[in-house]
Design a protein around this ligand. Structure first.
Ligand code: GLN
Length: 195
């Protein structure tokens, strides 16, 4: 198993550590690598798009030619997880901020997201979440987090926060608005590797 993390911005090393610890607990042999170009997108068996700034990540994915390669691999069935800004990019529809900034979305999940739904950096918070498929609650870290406002078609909510959706899955693709790499709990990364 070779799992990759898009290395443009954000918590890359924390995701690599969480993927490695997930492999150990699943007794899976493999490695977690930084993904910076199309060849590396083609080489991995599973991929994470971390948080950061969705506008910047989107632009740089295009500049480095990875944008279309990710879409192709995801459509072929590669397990893909987008967290926070990564989750915004997975959506088919964004809000007015996404439109105003002309952010290109990968459009892989039947869902609509609202970009800084939970406010600014200082309004960051943590919450215990029930996640379908996990036995224990997951401590979600929300940093300038978006919300998933609605899902349709094949996209199914897996976790909610208040009246909003915090995590959803569509076949081999998982999107979550919090940062699973910051909880010291690799169960969501395990979920990805088990796909
Ligand atoms: N609010 C950021 C954005 O719109 C996402 C924040 C994050 O990834 N922690 O891109």
């Amino acid at each position: 198993m070779k799992a990759g993390v898009i290395s443009i911005q954000g918590d890359v090393s924390e995701h690599l550590a969480a993927l490695e610890s997930a492999m150990v607990s699943l007794s899976m042999h493999g490695e977690a690598i930084r993904v910076r170009n199309v060849e590396e997108v083609r080489e991995v068996d599973a991929l994470v798009i971390p948080g950061g700034e969705s506008t910047t990540i989107s632009k740089l994915l295009r500049r480095f030619g990875m944008f279309d390669a990710i879409i192709r691999r995801a459509n072929e069935g590669m397990p893909l997880m987008g967290t926070c800004a990564g989750c915004i990019l997975l959506a088919k529809k964004g809000d007015s901020q996404v439109e105003k900034t002309s952010t290109s979305l990968l459009g892989l999940m039947d869902m609509r997201v609202d970009r800084n739904y939970f406010g600014r950096q200082r309004e960051s918070f943590e919450a215990d979440l029930s996640v379908d498929g996990l036995a224990d609650k997951f401590r979600g870290v929300f940093i300038r987090a978006p919300a998933i406002i609605e899902t349709w078609g094949k996209c199914k909510p897996l976790s909610r926060i208040g009246d909003r959706i915090a995590m959803a899955r569509q076949d081999n693709i998982v999107g979550l608005v919090f940062h699973p790499e910051l909880s010291g709990d690799s169960s969501i990364h395990r979920m990805l590797l088990e796909i």
